[in-house]
Design a protein around this ligand. Structure first.
Ligand SMILES: [Zn+2]
Length: 371
């Protein structure tokens, strides 16, 4: 999800080492506002005000996401980037800590930022209220007061909206972390994702009935994200105590570093694999995938050796390593394939799709034991 969002987005700025990006679909929001306002015959000045209000809302959203990201940093968890979508912001944390207490605080920090902004707006309004006579006369304070009132309302709204317990929205995450303290993470996730999916369907249904396309989108987004999280947690649970040797593939596609792109493409078309381990003799040298080969073909490099592409260098894992740690690392760094070593000998590869297959099989076997 996070890596998919990284593509097709416009970098806005970087703060504390965290990039803030605007996803291209974000443009649908101003486009929708302008289009619907124009069709209602609104003047451009009103449209401008509305766009300014959207900009203020999203500034508050960015601060909210930094609340998550900077709290995560305190627990040693990095954030890849913060991406703005038309339906809100997403902070792509490298991982969510399994410790429920840490997840609780990282999650709560976002909505708390909105509380802080709302309180500040309220305090400033109160101060301005006391001196409103003076400011009205000197500065035209009414504009400022309505701006502050808007800021207050927006942040109260963002606070309440994010606390809706539709996992993986903040409220759902808080619920999961609280449940996990008592029930364990897997069961907690199952309850939270089920509730999240029910609420997502209600969101989408309401959006369709009320003619609000962005509410429908939020529903679809939450529904899909809940499923992805549930699968990830299931992977964690099913891989507990499993070694890399138990989930690795011993039959896989490999290429010598000196072979050409042409040979690699022939292999690609002949076999079912989309990524190959590149070898220098018997020593792993890196990984090439379908996308890299296609790019080389497009660039007219059919006769270049694979070593010149160059292959993506990847770490090696040991067959005795924990499969869950390896799989998490692969998901984090989006590695498709890693070489598995025993002593100094290559014995197989681990790829996420295959891990998924193994997990499916284990689940099916567990089910057959129960019946
Ligand atoms: Zn949040």
């Amino acid at each position: 999800m996070a890596t998919a969002l990284g593509r097709g987005s416009l970098p806005l700025f970087t703060f504390k080492g965290i990039k803030v990006r605007l996803h291209w679909t974000f443009l649908a929001l101003p486009a929708y506002i302008i289009f619907s306002d124009l069709s209602e015959g609104q003047p451009w000045s009103a449209i401008g005000t509305e766009l300014l209000m959207v900009a203020i809302v999203f500034m508050c959203v960015v601060l909210h996401e930094f609340g998550h990201a900077l709290t995560a940093k305190r627990y040693g968890v990095g954030t890849r980037d913060i991406t703005l979508l038309p339906i809100g912001g997403v902070a792509s944390l490298e991982r969510m800590p399994e410790e429920p207490r840490q997840e609780f605080w990282i999650t709560l920090a976002g909505p708390l930022v909105n509380v802080a902004i709302a309180v500040i707006a309220l305090v400033v309004m109160a101060i301005l209220g006391l001196t409103s006579l003076v400011t009205d006369l000197l500065l035209g304070g009414a504009g400022w007061t309505s701006m502050l009132a808007f800021l207050f309302a927006v942040n109260v709204g963002l606070f309440l909206f994010n606390l809706i317990p539709a996992f993986p929205m903040d409220g759902g995450r808080l619920l999961r972390s609280l449940l996990a303290m008592r029930l364990g993470r897997e069961k907690a996730t199952r309850i939270a994702t089920t509730l999240g999916r029910i609420l997502a369907v209600l969101f989408a249904g309401y959006g369709i009935m009320a003619g609000q396309p962005f509410t429908v989108l939020i529903g679809v987004f939450v529904y899909m994200a809940a499923g992805a999280e549930a699968r990830q947690v299931q992977r964690i649970e099913l891989l507990r105590g499993v070694t890399v040797a138990q989930v690795m593939r011993t039959r896989f596609w490999s290429l010598q570093a000196r072979s050409t792109v042409r040979q690699a493409v022939d292999d690609l078309l002949a076999g079912g694999d989309t990524a190959a381990l590149v070898l220098d003799g018997s020593v792993p040298h890196g990984v090439v995938d379908r996308t890299m080969l296609m790019a080389a073909v497009e660039a007219g490099r059919m006769d270049s050796p694979i070593s010149e592409l160059p292959p993506r260098s990847v770490p090696m894992v040991r067959s005795t390593d924990n499969a869950r740690v390896a799989a998490d690392h692969m998901a984090e760094q989006s590695y498709v394939l890693l070489p598995v070593m025993e002593e100094d000998r290559l014995v197989g590869v681990i790829d996420l799709a295959n891990v998924q297959e193994v997990l499916g099989l284990r689940k099916a076997m567990e089910a057959s034991k129960r019946t």
